[in-house]
Design a protein around this ligand. Structure first.
Ligand code: PLP
Ligand code: COI
Length: 355
C-alpha cells in the first residue's frame, strides 16, 4: 500500500513537558532538547510512515552498522517566530535536497520529500512553544539519518532510521572568533565526501581543531588537501573575505559543503549592489591583503553560525588581525538575512516558508 505521509503521521504526545525548566533568555547552542521528535524507519526496502513521539533514547544492536562503518548524515536548519507568533522555516527544501545528496554519497536510501517536509512541519507545529524569540535565538532543528541494520560485513546496511530533533538555541559562538588556517591536516579530498553532511567529516576535524583550540583559535579554516595553498571553508561554516570593497567566497566543489547561508548571502549581496566574486582564494593573497591594508573583513556563514565575524587568523606561527570597521558587510548581510528569516522584512526570493 502506498504511504501517504500527510495523513499518516501518528502523534504520541509527551505526558509531561520540560519547557518550564528552560531559561529561554539564556540559551546555549544545542544543549536542551524539545519534548518531541519525528522518527521514520527504513526497512524491507522502503521508508515506513513517520511518527512523532516523545524525545527519547534510541536502542540499537551493537552490530548496527552506524557504529562500525559510519553511515550517518545530518542537516541543520532553524525555525523562527515573528512578533505575531507566526512560525517560519528558511529554505527547508534545500535542506531536504542536500540530505538526499548526502544519502546518495553514503549509499543510504533517499528520503521521500513528503516524509521530510510534512513530518518537519507537523513537528514544528507541535513544538511551537519551544521557539525562542530573544535576539539571536531560534529553534535549531537537526534532521539526521543513520544505519540501524546489522552486520560486521563492510557494506551498506539494510535498515536506517531518520529522526528530527529540536533544540532551542542561542548563538553558536560566544565572543570573537579567531581562526587558524590549516597547513597540515585536511578536512576533505577530491572525490571524497566533503560536500556531504556526513558525521565522519566532523569527527575528522575534531583533533586538528583541538590542537588549534589549545593555541587560542576557535575554528580551523581548511585549505585544499593537495597544496594547502587555497582556503576552502571552516569547520561549521563557509568563509567570506572582503578585500577593499569586493566580497569574495570560494566556489563549492566536491570538497566543500554547498551552504544554504552562503548562497543566500551571495544573492543578497548582489541585490545590495556589492561587488561579489566567487573564485579561488590563496592564503598568500589573504596575507598580502592583510599586510597592505586591503583586507577589510573575514566572516563565516552557516545556519548555526549565521554570520560570524572573524577577528583575526593565524598561519605558520604568525597572527594577522582584522581591522575593526564601523559599517561591515558582515553586519549588513546578517541583518538582511535574519530580517527575512524572522519576517521583519519582505522576502523577494520566496525563501521563507510559513508553518
Ligand atoms: N560548511 C560546513 C562544514 C558546515 O557544517 C556548515 C553548516 O551547516 C556550513 C558550511 C554552512 O551550511 P549552511 O549554511 O547550509 O548551514
Ligand atoms: C549548521 O550550521 O547547522 C551545522 O550543521 C553546523 C554544525 C556542525 C553545528
Amino acid at each position: 500500500m502506498a504511504i501517504n505521509y500527510t495523513e499518516d503521521i501518528q502523534i504520541e504526545k509527551s505526558k509531561t513537558s520540560k519547557i518550564a525548566n528552560v531559561d529561554f533568555n539564556n540559551l546555549a547552542f544545542g544543549r536542551v532538547f524539545s519534548d518531541h521528535m519525528l522518527v521514520c524507519d527504513f526497512k524491507n526496502g522502503e521508508w515506513q510512515n513517520p511518527s512523532i513521539v516523545p524525545y527519547q533514547p534510541v536502542t540499537l544492536e551493537p552490530s548496527a552498522k552506524i557504529f562500525h562503518y559510519g553511515q550517518s548524515i545530518f542537516e541543520g536548519m532553524k525555525a523562527y517566530k515573528d512578533s505575531d507568533n507566526n512560525v517560519f522555516l528558511f529554505r527547508p527544501v534545500d535542506n531536504f535536497n542536500r540530505l538526499n545528496i548526502s544519502a546518495k554519497r553514503l549509499a543510504m536510501p533517499e528520503l521521500p520529500e513528503a516524509c521530510f517536509m510534512n513530518g518537519l512541519k507537523e513537528l514544528i507545529k507541535l513544538e511551537k512553544d519551544w521557539i525562542p524569540t530573544s535576539e539571536g535565538s531560534s529553534l535549531y532543528i537537526r534532521p539526521f539519518m543513520f544505519a540501524t541494520g546489522q552486520g560486521f560485513h563492510a557494506s551498506p546496511a539494510n535498515a536506517y532510521k531518520f529522526i528530527i530533533a529540536c533544540a532551542p538555541s542561542g548563538s553558536y559562538f560566544s565572543g570573537k572568533v579567531k581562526v587558524l588556517i590549516e597547513e597540515k591536516y585536511s578536512r576533505s579530498a577530491n572525490g571524497g565526501v566533503g560536500f556531504a553532511k556526513a558525521g565522519g567529516n566532523y569527527a575528522g576535524q575534531f583533533y586538528p581543531t583541538q590542537l588549534a583550540n589549545n593555541r587560542g583559535y576557535q575554528q580551523v579554516i581548511w585549505t585544499d588537501d593537495n597544496t594547502h595553498e587555497y582556503i576552502e571553508e571552516a569547520g561549521a561554516m563557509n568563509i567570506f573575505v572582503r578585500i577593499n570593497d569586493t566580497l569574495l567566497t570560494v566556489p563549492t566543489s566536491d570538497r566543500i559543503l554547498d551552504g544554504i547561508t552562503r548562497k543566500s548571502i551571495l544573492t543578497i549581496a548582489e541585490a545590495e549592489g556589492i561587488d561579489v566574486e566567487v573564485r579561488k582564494i590563496k592564503v598568500a593573497e589573504l596575507i598580502e591583503a592583510s599586510e597592505n591594508g586591503s583586507l577589510k573583513e573575514l566572516f563565516g556563514a552557516g545556519t548555526a553560525a549565521v554570520v560570524s565575524p572573524i577577528s583575526g587568523f593565524g598561519f605558520k606561527g604568525k597572527d594577522y588581525e582584522l581591522p575593526e570597521l564601523e559599517n561591515t558587510y558582515g553586519a549588513l548581510l546578517k541583518k538582511r538575512i535574519t530580517d527575512i528569516q524572522t519576517n521583519k522584512s519582505d522576502d523577494p526570493y520566496g525563501w521563507r516558508v510559513k508553518v
